[in-house]
Design a protein around this ligand. Structure first.
Ligand code: FAD
Length: 333
């Protein structure tokens, strides 16, 4: 989780960080296309934990605050009435917040597909329990239009990579090559999932249904960060729904929600355009040289990952080091 995600977490749940084992890291080693870009020390922290522990903690908090568990039942949603027909009965809600992830069944029902396969990303990772005291490492280009990672965890380390699916025909082989590069020999099975890598819905909802998190496509197209935006959008959808209901105008919830998401959409748009420049084949050597020679650029990138810096500022830093054609492309952003 980034610093940005932690700020949202703190505001929403009222505790400084989740009460699960977390490793904090302030040092990172950057690599790109096989070249060592250098290390950055003492930067803003990133927080690493196990998702199953975090998710269990959040589910328990939800139950403690009155949530009711209907999982395990098949059912069908009637979009015209917002009624969910379950085996145990019918649920009806004036407003539905669909936070059912990248494979959202509700998005499938509303839009005909949960995501656009030509734009979606995919990420794959393996958890290695015996790896302790692991350094935080980022490898740009370990996947096409994406990156590889080595994340320290309280129960070992997670090694993975993610990128745009249409540019990575064989993600499993890319992960094997990456593990070989790190001299890691493991027979553990990787786990993977689609990643809505910057392909967000500009109007995330329809009628009285609001989509949040991955179901709304809110994943950063460069860093792959989705937890922070999922937290923020879930909260924004809840606030929009509550105030629309309090005013007796549930149909207004979606417009209020879209307004609340504007800054997130703006950041994702910037990141999406910056990505086309970062991973442009002609700019690779410029990118590698800039990162190698500039400690401040590495630091700024990390601050952006930590959520302390917006993409606009990073773009300005990058722009001073780019050749003319790339600057012209950036000016159009
Ligand atoms: C390999 C990988 C690594 C990643 N690493 C990071 C990272 O380090 N940091 C980061 O910020 N982001 C990371 N992401 C992205 C991040 O996981 C997502 O953006 C984030 O989890 C989105 O949260 P969400 O609540 O929208 O969706 P999810 O976390 O997917 O939650 C959706 C939930 O809805 C449930 N669900 C779906 N359908 C139904 C149904 N019909 N009935 C009941 N329940 C249902 C699902 O079981 C799931 O629990 C990673 C993604 C992948 C694939």
């Amino acid at each position: 989780m980034t610093g940005r995600a932690m700020v949202h977490y703190r505001r929403i749940f009222g505790e400084p960080i989740p009460r699960v084992p977390i490793v904090e890291s302030r040092d990172v080693s950057f690599f790109a296309f096989g070249e060592d870009l250098g290390q950055t020390h003492g930067v803003s922290p990133l927080y690493f934990g196990m998702r199953r522990q975090l998710d269990l903690h959040l589910v328990e908090a939800a139950f403690a605050n009155g949530a009711i568990d209907f999982t395990g039942q098949s059912g069908s949603l009637d979009l015209s009435t917002n009624r969910l027909h379950l085996q145990s009965g019918v649920l009806e809600a004036p407003i539905i917040i669909a936070a059912d992830g990248v494979n959202s069944q509700i998005a499938h029902q509303v839009y005909g597909q949960a995501f656009d396969r030509s734009k979606i990303g995919f990420a794959l990772e393996v958890e290695i329990p015996e790896m302790t005291d692991t350094e935080l490492r980022i490898d740009f280009g370990a996947a096409e239009w994406g990156y590889g990672w080595q994340f320290p965890k309280s129960e070992g380390a997670t090694i993975g990579l993610g990128g745009v699916l249409s540019r990575n025909a064989d993600m499993k082989s890319a992960l094997s090559s990456y593990l070989d590069r790190l001299n890691l020999n493991t027979s553990l099975r990787p786990k993977g999932q689609f990643l809505p890598f910057g392909d967000f819905r500009t109007k995330p909802g329809s009628g009285r249904i609001l989509f949040a998190g991955d179901a709304a496509g809110l994943v950063d197209p460069i860093t792959g960060e989705g937890i922070g935006h999922a937290l923020f959008s879930g909260e924004a959808a809840a606030i929009a729904a509550t105030s629309a209901l309090n005013r007796g105008s549930p149909d207004q919830a979606l417009n209020a929600y879209v307004r609340a998401l504007r800054p997130v959409h703006q950041g994702l748009k910037h990141a999406r355009r910056l990505r086309t420049i970062m991973f442009h084949e002609r700019l690779r050597s410029t990118f590698v040289r800039s990162f190698q020679s500039s400690r401040s650029l590495r630091g700024e990138y990390f601050r952006m990952m930590a959520g302390e810096l917006e993409y606009g500022t990073l773009i300005r830093q990058v722009a001073t080091r780019l050749p003319g054609f790339a600057i012209r492309a950036l000016q159009r952003i």
